[in-house]
Write a protein that binds this ligand. Structure first.
Ligand SMILES: Cc1cc2nc3c(=O)[nH]c(=O)nc-3n(C[C@H](O)[C@H](O)[C@H](O)COP(=O)(O)OP(=O)(O)OC[C@H]3O[C@@H](n4cnc5c(N)ncnc54)[C@H](O)[C@@H]3O)c2cc1C
Length: 383
């Protein structure tokens, strides 16, 4: 493999493939590198993605890539109409949200295939390490490369982010089962809050069809310290939710687990430095995940598009890469920052079910929808 590559993108998730497609489309040489033997697999996602018109309300200043708006029907497993949120006491509030539930394995492969068709060289089963500006590749493709630009789209434990001097970011840890033969409401994506069943996070049921769903729990490690007996692990917490939660257990009793997925989700908003020298980071690597929901697919793709455009700008128009952070801020910085502020406010309540029930009772369904969209509703903003 030749050493002097123009652009290398590490990570072929939604952020990386979106960046690589944009770059290759402009006739620029780009490598898309992923350590996974099969792009998109194993899946580490619930697959929930609001419809494009909902995303436009979530991020009104962002230019959504076409691939986020127009998704092939074969990549969509199911559609939901409602978001339903349960308080610790079992009361719920619901509001309309049109959602698509993706087949993430197929969708990630679709995005990587688009990058390949645009001219990107795709390198699966290839692990990248960064040493003083040199990418060391091992696996299916081996060798050293010195790209003019490196885009780190390599997820929450990004090697590119670490090479830029960022600390390890704050993450939630998630475990999810795909369950069949469950008695769920196929119209509703559900979130369950409870200090007992989902410490510092929430549990979810995302329908994949009439009687099949992704059932998961995302918690923050610091909250697990209070678990009794101490040191409880995620499988225990998720199994307890499935077996014992007053509302969820009725829906999930008798269900069978078809797949087990796990992974970290950034929870602290954008990371300190997202551009340094010839390196950019995008998506989970940069903390681009809504802290209120843990939803990262839309931000990853918008950030991937902007990273790709920043590389093109530098290479074809001498627009410095240093513009990248401000372009991210312009498109979704406010919403991301607000989602972290809201999460911090809710954090206090999450320590006690009593406080969480009180907060829940104080919010109307419309206000709750605003909170999920990282818009601070008036009664909270004025405090
Ligand atoms: C259990 C769970 C459920 C979730 N549910 C949802 C949901 O319902 N909706 C939603 O919007 N978001 C969800 N998320 C978050 C969402 O999956 C991520 O935000 C999204 O995938 C981020 O895309 P990305 O391209 O930035 O990173 P990723 O999709 O993580 O892709 C990064 C890629 O980089 C590769 N890589 C990493 N290091 C290297 C290396 N050194 N060399 C080569 N390759 C490397 C990895 O193999 C991976 O393919 C969930 C996350 C988890 C863990």
């Amino acid at each position: 493999m030749k050493e002097d590559i123009v652009v290398a993108v590490v990570g072929a998730g939604p952020a990386g493939s979106t960046a690589a497609e944009a770059i290759a489309d402009r006739g620029i040489e780009v490598l898309l590198i992923d350590k996974k033997s099969e792009i998109g697999s194993p899946v580490q996602c619930g697959g929930f993605l609001p419809e494009a018109f909902e995303l436009e309300k979530l991020m009104p200043r962002a230019l959504l890539p076409r691939t986020l708006k127009e998704i092939p029907e074969r990549n969509i497993l199911h559609r939901t109409q409602l978001q339903r949120i349960y308080s610790p006491s079992g009361n719920y509030k619901q509001f309309a949200v049109a959602g698509r539930v993706l087949d993430r394995r197929a969708y990630d492969r679709h995005l990587a295939a688009r990058a390949a068709r645009a001219g990107a060289s795709v390198l699966p089963a290839t692990c990248a390490r960064l040493e003083e500006g040199t990418l060391q590749l091992s696996g299916r493709f081996c060798g050293k490369i010195r790209p003019q630009i490196i885009i780190g789209a390599d997820g929450p434990h990004s090697i590119v982010s670490l090479a830029m001097g960022n600390p390890i970011q704050e993450t939630g840890i998630c475990l999810e089962y795909e369950m069949a033969d469950v008695n769920i409401d196929p119209q509703a994506a559900e979130m369950y809050f409870s200090a007992h069943y989902a410490p510092g996070g929430y549990a979810w049921i995302i329908p994949l069809g009439r009687d099949i769903a992704n059932v998961g729990v995302g918690v923050r490690a610091s909250y697990l310290a209070n678990e009794k007996p101490p040191g409880q692990k995620l499988p225990f917490i998720l199994d307890r939710f499935i077996r014992e939660h007053t509302i969820a257990a009725e829906k999930l009793a008798g269900g069978e687990v078809l797949a087990v997925m796990r992974g970290p989700v950034p929870a602290g908003g954008t990371i300190g430095v997202i551009q340094k020298g010839n390196m950019l980071i995008a998506g989970d690597a940069a903390g681009h995940v809504m802290a209120t929901s843990g939803g990262g697919i839309p931000l990853a793709m918008v950030a991937g598009r902007i990273a790709g455009e920043a590389a093109i700008g530098e290479l074809q128009a001498k627009i410095p890469l240093t513009d990248y952070p401000s372009r991210i801020r312009e498109e979704f910085g406010i919403e991301l920052e607000r989602s972290v502020q809201i999460r911090k406010m809710v954090d206090l309540a999450m320590k006690s079910d009593r406080l969480m029930n009180a907060l829940f009772a104080a919010l109307s369904p419309a206000q709750m929808k605003s909170v999920m969209r990282a818009q601070i509703p008036a009664p909270l903003a004025s405090r």
